[in-house]
Design a binder for this molecule. Structure first.
Ligand SMILES: Nc1ncnc2c1ncn2[C@@H]1O[C@H](COP(=O)(O)OP(=O)(O)OP(=O)(O)O)[C@@H](O)[C@H]1O
Length: 360
């Protein structure tokens, strides 16, 4: 396994696009630690697959270098980089049995027969295909074929990294959970460097130690699931992670307060002075907003539009002036008609031009 270093990577899909300053990746400068489990998370078109293909060698970046350990691999093919890849759709040999498919990458690398047998049997158990081990792949379901693909990716122990591009798309929801746990288990046992592309936050948060959030061709934050929740470095992270996402309220700074629609919200900590930018916003997660009676101290008056009951809690959709915002309220807690909201001071985040200024 290897540490993967992306050194000032930029990528445009053609010289004409570069000339028009249309970059699929604008600037990525980051190291994936040896043995880490990373998820690349972001909306469609943000550059996840482009970045993964640059790591694998399917794509050469327009600018910058890729290093595995201390070796510059920027110009090397995927084969020469010694990585395993699992794609969205199965890549297997239809005429081979499950067992033969799994043994194939090992035979290619001239692994001794006894070791092949042990590893293949172990992998068949992990992907749950014991009963079909001697069946030809041709007759299997899409789901089962993708499990073979995963097995083929995971069966080798000598790779520099294993790269996954939305590998569970064709797998049914229950099996998804099981295979994700299996991946996690394999990671714990063998500490492989894994990079996993997904646009599904649950998948990213349950798989990865570190989640790399991408937005418009840039990495906007790399962090543990807790860090992404508690301290979003970019308004997009706040909005994308969590359900509902973080409330992002346009504001202006007046002294040490934030003014949202002419409502005054005190900013403890004196960070307001650093909020210089064309656009200033206040971020607060719905989990840290409480609803109280209007006139209760310095709580800000809001208009409630609707209350959604999601079982264990309710989501209150409201407006502060013209700005929509949400609060999560536990079952059994009263929601007044003449409502106001109070924000937990240490959960307030201040953003200048979408970047975190500091916890206020
Ligand atoms: N072969 C290509 N030629 C030109 N532009 C491309 C090509 N492949 C991707 N792009 C563009 O590059 C940007 C990033 O695409 P990419 O596929 O990396 O995003 P993604 O985050 O993986 O999206 P998705 O989840 O939809 O696969 C998008 O604007 C896309 O339209």
């Amino acid at each position: 396994m290897a540490r993967i270093r992306l050194d000032h990577i930029r990528h445009a899909y053609s010289p004409a696009l570069a000339a028009a300053d249309i970059y699929a990746l604008r600037e990525v400068h980051h190291t994936f630690d040896d043995g880490g489990a990373y998820a690349l998370l972001g909306p469609s078109g943000c550059g996840k697959t482009t970045l993964l293909n640059i790591i694998s060698g399917l794509l050469t970046p327009s600018e910058g270098s890729v290093l595995f350990g201390d070796d510059d691999v920027t110009m090397l093919t995927p084969e020469a980089r010694n990585i395993a890849q699992v794609f969205q759709f199965p890549v297997i040999y239809d005429t081979m049995t499950v067992r033969e498919n799994l043994a194939f990458p090992l035979k290619n690398r001239k692994v001794p027969a006894a070791a092949i047998r042990t590893r293949v049997e172990d992998m068949i158990g992990r992907i749950g295909l014991e009963a079909k081990a001697d069946r030809k792949a041709r007759g299997l379901t899409a789901d089962e074929k993708q499990k073979i693909s995963l097995g083929r990716g995971l069966v080798r122990s000598d790779v520099n990294a294993i790269l996954f591009d939305e590998p569970l798309t064709v797998i049914d929801p229950h099996m998804k959970w099981q295979l994700r746990s299996e991946l996690k288990q394999l990671h714990r046992e063998f500490a492989m460097t894994m990079v996993y592309v997904t646009h599904d936050q649950t998948e990213a948060l349950t798989f990865a130690d570190k989640v790399v959030v991408m937005y418009e061709g840039e990495v906007v934050q790399i962090g543990t699931p807790e860090e992404l929740f508690e301290r979003p470095q970019h308004t997009f992270v706040g909005y994308f992670i969590g359900s509902p996402g973080m409330n992002v309220l346009p504001c202006r700074i007046d002294g040490s307060d934030a003014m949202v629609s002419d409502m005054r919200i005190a900013l403890p900590g004196g960070r307001a002075a650093y909020a210089v930018g064309a656009k200033t916003e206040l971020g607060i997660r719905p989990e840290f907003v409480t609803i109280v009676d209007r006139g209760d101290g310095d709580a800000v008056p809001v208009t409630i539009d609707k209350v959604e009951d999601v079982g264990s809690e309710r989501i209150v959709r409201a407006r502060l002036g013209e700005h929509p915002l949400s609060a999560i309220v536990r079952e059994g807690v009263a929601i007044p008609t003449d409502a106001a909201m109070r924000f937990a001071p240490d959960a307030l985040n201040l953003y200048a031009d979408s970047r975190l200024v500091g916890r206020v």
